[in-house]
Design a protein around this ligand. Structure first.
Ligand code: CO
Length: 229
């Protein structure tokens, strides 16, 4: 490729630069939050510098109504978090795989928690006809769970709730078979897998499967009624 060609390729795109005034409110909120933290605990931030020893690894949905640490009332530094659409824990997803490796090998977390939520747009999309786009590709594993459990021709909310729970169980099962988790268990790491569902309607978490320990047992499938236990 010629130098001229490179320069042509590097020609900056036409981008209109604004300033951050549009988001001034977020900076103001950030400053108020940081101030409130240090008012209660002056060394709050200085203690966090250079250390992170969370015991929990949360795998949740990206949905804005399901803010991981806020739901369980934890402070920064107390929970390692990975979020994506429909809370998937697929071994072949490099983004997730890197987070899982860091959680297990660097942080030595003791609990990995997959958290779905009722009313999930990803779950709804996986029940609709597949689309040839990024979301369609991403939701293929959820679609597979859906097709493994036939439901009514016109799925209703109970079917969506049941798929939400089954998807969580499927992710816990995928984790139990994950090479990194298996390696940790073989090394006698105290690592337990959990499957929960969060209800936006009441702000509460429910377990939808038994915790999975060293022996890999647990995870009876949900009863399919759409009700969490
Ligand atoms: Co969701």
């Amino acid at each position: 490729m010629s130098v001229r060609g490179n320069r042509a390729a590097e020609k900056p795109a036409t981008v209109t630069r604004g300033d951050d005034n549009d988001l001034a409110d977020l900076f103001a909120r950030n400053q108020a939050w940081a101030k409130s933290k240090t008012l209660v605990d002056p060394s709050f931030f200085s203690r966090l510098v250079g250390q992170q020893r969370p015991s929990y690894f949360w795998i949740g949905c990206s949905d804005s109504r399901v803010p991981a640490t806020e739901i369980v009332n934890l402070d920064p530094g107390e929970m390692f978090v990975h979020r994506n659409v429909a809370n998937l824990a697929m071994e072949n997803d490099p983004n997730f795989a890197a987070a899982l490796q860091f959680a297990i090998e660097a942080l030595h977390v003791q609990h990995i928690i997959v958290v779905g939520h009722y009313g999930c747009g990803g779950i709804q999309a996986a029940m609709a006809p597949a689309t040839a786009d990024a979301i369609g590709d991403w939701l293929a594993p959820v679609r597979a769970v859906h097709h493994a459990h036939p439901c009514k021709a016109a799925p209703d909310q109970a079917d969506a709730n049941a798929l939400c729970e089954r998807n969580v169980v499927a992710q816990v099962e995928a984790l139990a078979a994950n090479r990194l988790v298996r390696t940790a268990w073989a090394a006698k790491a105290a690592l337990t897998l959990h499957g929960w569902v969060y209800a936006i309607s009441d702000g509460l978490l429910r377990a939808v499967c038994e915790p999975v320990h060293q022996d890999g047992r647990g995870v009876p499938p949900p009863d399919g009624t759409g009700r969490a236990r």
